[in-house]
Design a protein around this ligand. Structure first.
Ligand SMILES: [Zn+2]
Length: 309
C-alpha cells in the first residue's frame, strides 16, 4: 500500500519537497572544511534560497549563485531532475542492464518488469513538459518521492532514485560552490569578460565540481552516473547542443567530464550517454543513423555525437 512520507517541515508544492533537507546534508558532509572556509571568507552564504513557484524551467527556474554567494535553486528544476533521474535509471536497468543479464544467461540482481518501462516513458514526457509549461506532478499516478509503496518495483526504484538524485544535485550545487570559491561572479563583472571567457569559467566550475565529488564518494560509478545526469539532462531543453551565450556546448562539457574522470572503455556511463542521445534524437527527430552492430557503447556514443555536428 502507498504511504505518504511528507512531514510538516517539508514546505513546497511538488512532491520533491520531501528531499529538500537531504540535499544540504550530503553537500556539507562531503567537504565540510571547504564549505566552512568559504563561509568564513564570506564567499558562500550558509543557506540556500529555495524558490517555490508554478513556473516552467525556461522561466529562469534553473540554479545559479549570485554575487553575494547565495545559491538559488528552484522546485521546478528539482522536479525535473528527479523525474529525469528516475526515467534514466529505470530505462537503463530495465531496458539495457537486465536484458543483458538475461541474454548472457546469468542471474540478474532484479526480476525484469517491462510494464515499468511504459510508465517511465510517460513520466519522462512529464519531465520534458516542465521545460516549457508548469503543471502539477500527479503523485497518484506517477512515481514520486512523497507518496509510494516501497515494497513494489516502482518503490524499489524510488528509494534508489532518491539517493541518486541527491548525488546529481550535489554535483549541480558544487558547480555553484566552485563559482564562489574562484570568485567567478566578481571576475566577470570587474573584468568585463567576453562570452568565450565566461564559458571557460563554466568549464572550470564543472572540473572543480567533478574533483570535489570524486574526492569523497561512496561509489565511484554511482557518482559518475550522477554527474552524467547533471550534465546531459540539459539536452532535452533544446534542439542542438548549443549551451547558449554563457555556457559551453553540452558535448564539450560532457567531453570535459569524460577526460577528467578518465572514463574506462567498459564503463556503464557510455550506455547512459547513448540513452540520453537516443531520447534526444527521438524528441527532436534528428534521425541519427548507426550501424546495426557495434562493439562498445563508447563507439556508438561517438558515432551519434559525430552526427550532431
Ligand atoms: Zn555555472
Amino acid at each position: 500500500m502507498k504511504s505518504c512520507v511528507k512531514k510538516d517541515i517539508h514546505n513546497g508544492i511538488q512532491p520533491i519537497r520531501v528531499l529538500k533537507h537531504n540535499l544540504t546534508h550530503r553537500l556539507v558532509d562531503r567537504n565540510t572544511e571547504l564549505i566552512n572556509e568559504l563561509h568564513l571568507n564570506f564567499k558562500l552564504q550558509n543557506k540556500i534560497k529555495y524558490h517555490i513557484a508554478e513556473l516552467p524551467l525556461i522561466d529562469k527556474q534553473t540554479p545559479f549563485i549570485d554575487s553575494n554567494g547565495l545559491i538559488n535553486i528552484h522546485e521546478t528544476y528539482l522536479s525535473y531532475i528527479w523525474t529525469v533521474t528516475y526515467s534514466m535509471f529505470v530505462l537503463y536497468e530495465e531496458g539495457i542492464s537486465i536484458p543483458d543479464y538475461i541474454k548472457r544467461n546469468i542471474g540478474s540482481p532484479k526480476k525484469q518488469n517491462p510494464e515499468l518501462l511504459d510508465l517511465v516513458k510517460e513520466l519522462f514526457d512529464y519531465s520534458k513538459s516542465l521545460i516549457r509549461a508548469y503543471s502539477e506532478w500527479d503523485k497518484e499516478y506517477f512515481p514520486n518521492p512523497e507518496f509510494f509503496d516501497e515494497n513494489t518495483d516502482e518503490g524499489w526504484y524510488i528509494l534508489r532514485t532518491n539517493d541518486l538524485y541527491v548525488e546529481v544535485l550535489n554535483f549541480v550545487l558544487y558547480h555553484e560552490i566552485a563559482h564562489a570559491e574562484f570568485e567567478h561572479i566578481n571576475k566577470i563583472k570587474l573584468n568585463n569578460l567576453s562570452n568565450d571567457e565566461i564559458k571557460k569559467l563554466e568549464l572550470e566550475a564543472d572540473t572543480r565540481a567533478i574533483e570535489l565529488m570524486l574526492f569523497n564518494c561512496r561509489n565511484k560509478n554511482a557518482t559518475e552516473i550522477a554527474i552524467t545526469i547533471g550534465l546531459a539532462s540539459m539536452l532535452f531543453t533544446g534542439i542542438d547542443l548549443n549551451g547558449g551565450k554563457y555556457h559551453p556546448d553540452i558535448d564539450v562539457r560532457i567531453e570535459n567530464f569524460i577526460y577528467k574522470v578518465n572514463l574506462k572503455e567498459d564503463s556503464s556511463i557510455w550506455a547512459f550517454l547513448v540513452l540520453f542521445l537516443k531520447l534526444w534524437d527521438e524528441q527532436f527527430s534528428h534521425n541519427f543513423k548507426h550501424k546495426k552492430e557495434y562493439d562498445t557503447f563508447k563507439e556508438l556514443y561517438y558515432e551519434l555525437i559525430e552526427q550532431t555536428k
